[in-house]
Design a protein around this ligand. Structure first.
Ligand code: PMP
Ligand code: GLN
Length: 382
């Protein structure tokens, strides 16, 4: 008899990002699929990593993360969100934002717990809940502006609701939470034992003068929140896979129990470099305007095509409707676009557990001008 795995994720296949990036490479397509910049990161920051390695910061560091990095993050959070965070007890450095999300869910979710997830949702959320025995309670965002129907949230709350997952700025839609959303959220969770997991990896990538509504701004929300971040999105180095989670001390204690036996500690020289770099505020404060220009450039180039943009107020992404072009499913359309027109996007249906199709495709605009122009030029004939 050969060994048999009784799959914990029987309905999960290969992520759309792997599928589309492989397909893009195979067809030499302009890859506006997976979200990563195609322009270089800061040479000053890579020089600091080089220096850290040469200076011997090459062994394990603290399991919670390098102390000077946690201290620098605490100062950054105070400056941005006026929240005092204890670097010893409230911050843990993780190998990426995705890992921080997984770890928070693993620390909190017991079998049978319900977790409210808004769809479309970043594709790791639902498998992360399921593998922990949790039950995803799916609430669709309102198409086409992808806002939250808070009345529906009220209806879906049950005695088993353990957590609400939020993502602002939002992947894949580029929608952002407003102060009204925060008011609604506060009134819903007030006097409940509901946790919040807030995925804020795009905190600085926010446009048109909007304010990032971090859970860190609001003491009554932060007291129940795991807030997850990614350095990859801040310093144009998604391949570094380094992030962090911020949470109140008692919650962080449980988070660290999971973390210490999963990865223990993260890349040391990179943490050393970042600890010295974070004080350069302009590096992150300028990001919103740089990305907004890229969004606008893609939009200007796409005007010559029959695609229709949906609003994007943040993130790396903008959704485009192709309803005027084709009736194909999003998946078929995205594959054909790569194979026949040499441009790769991500079908938004892959961010829904049950594959809802609105004839929209996600394009990533964190790219060089020439890349965006080349993509639009290839789409003109469609
Ligand atoms: N959440 C969202 C919504 C993202 O788009 C990403 C980007 N991959 C992450 C989390 C995680 O980022 P990381 O690469 O640091 O794991
Ligand atoms: N966050 C990126 C995206 O949404 C990449 C995610 C990934 O490769 N897992 O495209």
């Amino acid at each position: 008899m050969s060994p048999h795995i009784n799959s914990k994720l029987p309905n999960t296949g290969t992520t759309i990002f792997t599928i589309m990036s492989v397909l893009a490479a195979e067809h030499k397509a302009v890859n506006l699929g997976q979200g990563f910049p195609d322009y270089p990161m800061s040479a000053a920051l890579t020089a600091l990593v080089d220096e850290a390695m040469r200076n011997g910061h090459n062994q394990y560091t603290h399991s919670y993360g390098l102390a000077t990095l946690r201290e620098a993050l605490s100062r950054k959070i105070d400056g941005l969100y006026c929240r005092t965070i204890n670097p010893d007890s409230d911050i843990t450095i993780t190998p990426g934002g995705t890992y921080a999300i997984y770890t928070a869910l693993t620390a909190v979710i017991n079998p049978g717990d319900e977790v409210i997830v808004f769809e479309p949702a970043y594709d790791s959320y639902i498998p992360n809940i399921t593998i922990n025995g949790g039950i995803p309670v799916l609430i669709p965002l309102r198409h086409p502006d992808y806002t939250i129907d808070w009345n529906l949230v009220r209806q879906k709350i049950s005695p088993r609701t353990k957590m609400i997952m939020l993502n602002t700025p939002h992947n894949p839609t580029g929608s952002v939470l407003s102060t009204d959303d925060i008011t609604q959220l506060r009134s819903i969770v007030h006097d409940t034992g509901i946790f919040i997991l807030s995925d804020e990896v795009y905190e600085h990538l926010i446009f048109d003068g909007k304010q990032h509504e971090s859970m860190l701004r609001y003491p009554d929300l932060f007291e129940r929140s795991f807030v997850c971040f990614s350095f990859g999105k801040v310093y144009n180095c998604t391949g570094w896979k380094l992030g962090y989670c911020v949470a109140p001390a008692t919650m962080m204690t449980e988070f660290r129990k999971v973390h210490q036996f999963n990865c223990f500690s993260c890349n040391h020289p990179v943490q050393h470099a970042l600890a010295g770099f974070i004080s350069r505020r302009e590096e992150y404060l300028q990001l919103g305007s740089i990305l907004q220009q890229k969004r606008d450039h893609l939009q200007a180039c796409m005007q010559q095509t029959r695609f229709t943009p949906l609003p994007s107020y943040g993130s790396y992404f903008q959704l485009y409707s192709y309803a005027a072009i084709s009736e194909e499913s999003e998946n078929d359309f995205a594959i054909r676009l790569t194979k026949e027109y040499g441009v790769t996007g991500i079908p938004v249906s892959s961010f829904y557990a049950n594959g809802r199709d609105n004839q929209v495709i996600r394009f990533c605009f964190s790219k060089n001008k020439q890349t965006l122009e080349e993509a639009a030029n290839r789409l003109v004939n469609l």
